[in-house]
Design a protein around this ligand. Structure first.
Ligand SMILES: *Cc1c(COP(=O)(O)O)cnc(C)c1O
Length: 374
């Protein structure tokens, strides 16, 4: 039986990709802000509806550099969510800042904005929220708090590519917003990422950070790293971008079919794709199981049938082995509960309806069986 992964990378036609990379054998300009890099920045700005954008080698470095560009004093505190990919927390810690974990909302799993103020100290410099599964954070409340206390807001928008809120591109919110173009995401460049922002001065800062601080052949103005996107990656992006809307529609059709198929499965909390003023990208299909034991059983039973769901995000980043000693005992009750019961089911544009039926059948059977036991 063929394996069903939680996602499957979208690919352009082979011929189209080959045709587009052919000139690279002439120019030999393979990286360092080449033609395709520049073209992709222009096209992404238009698609995302953002004023400024800087392409990066991946989403993680985009986040690290967006934070670094703010020049926070070492040891400052950053309020963030533990219910995310470890990259979010790593980007804070690798900038020599201290993550301060805030609990999440039980209905959309984003940071609980009502608890942010209680965590602010004289050392707080920023908030790093995550639009997890493409669920948009309470951007208004976060902006108000940030304004009141003079904090920067850097959104991890890696799950929210192409989404809009209130008709504005999601990358317009906060001081900066970060996207990942990893192969597993709604839009990808194999590996890649971007920072979006509205303060034009940030462009040069990010440019220096991603290109060794080099401003001219004999002029190095800053201690930058190397986080440039190469031309092959940019070509993959240019081929994939025109397909994104169609792919989001295919995802939407499948997500809505899942919702119908799951009707009447007891105790399973389904995702809500009809949030006010949000254009969704249908990147993920997270379900909450009645308890941890059932979640793990569903995961195992799917696996036995070659279906690979994922426990995104378990454990919480505050419980990652590298952080647990410091942060394991925080009162993150909702995040703990969601993390222990959540399961992300396969969802991608080419997912077959028969395979979705198999997924739903296994989930239903497991919950019914475990429910009887309980
Ligand atoms: C994918 C992802 C990242 C990291 O992006 P990469 O491109 O893999 O480096 C960071 N945060 C979240 C929420 C992600 O999903």
């Amino acid at each position: 039986m063929n394996k069903i992964w939680v996602t499957r990378s979208s690919m352009p036609s082979y011929e189209e990709f080959i045709e587009k990379i052919r000139p690279l054998w002439e120019t030999r300009w393979l990286t360092n802000m080449g033609t395709y890099h520049k073209e992709l920045e222009v096209q992404l700005k238009a698609y995302l509806g953002v004023p400024c954008l800087s392409l990066m080698v991946n989403g993680h470095m985009a986040l690290e550099m967006a934070i670094q560009a703010m020049n926070f004093p070492e040891g400052s505190e950053v309020i963030t969510t533990p219910f995310t990919f470890v990259s979010t927390t790593h980007a804070i810690v690798r900038n020599r800042l201290t993550p301060v974990f805030c609990d999440i909302n039980p209905d959309d799993y984003t940071i609980d904005a009502d608890q942010i103020e209680g965590l602010i100290t004289s050392d707080t410099v920023a908030i790093v929220p995550v639009h997890v599964y493409g669920n948009i954070c309470d951007v208004e409340k976060i902006e108000k708090i940030a304004g009141r206390y003079g904090l920067k807001v850097i959104y991890d928008s890696c799950h929210a590519f192409g989404e809009t809120y209130g008709g504005r591109g999601i990358g317009c919110y906060g001081d900066a917003s970060v996207f990942s173009f990893h192969a597993t995401k709604v839009f990808h460049t194999i590996e890649g990422g971007a920072v979006t922002f509205s303060d034009e001065a940030l462009y040069k800062k990010l440019y220096n950070l991603k290109n060794f601080g080099i401003q001219g052949e004999e002029l190095v103005v800053g201690v930058g790293a190397n986080a440039k996107m190469n031309e092959f990656a940019a070509v993959m992006g240019l081929c994939n971008l025109p397909e994104v809307e169609k792919n989001i529609l295919l995802r939407k059709e499948r997500a809505e079919t899942y919702l119908e198929m799951f009707q009447g499965v007891r105790g399973l909390q389904l995702p809500d794709f009809h949030r006010k003023d949000v254009k969704q990208n249908y990147g993920y299909f997270p379900v909450l199981c009645p308890d941890r034991n059932i979640r793990d059983q569903v995961y195992n039973n799917l696996r036995q049938q070659n279906i690979y769901s994922r426990k995104y995000f378990y454990p919480l980043t505050s419980r990652a082995a590298c952080f647990a000693e410091k942060y394991a005992n925080l009162p993150l009750h909702i995040a703990e509960r969601i993390s222990e019961t959540v399961l992300v089911l396969p969802l991608y544009p080419e997912l077959e309806y028969e395979d979705m039926e198999r997924v739903v059948h296994i989930v239903r059977k497991t919950i019914d069986a475990e429910g009887v036991k309980a």
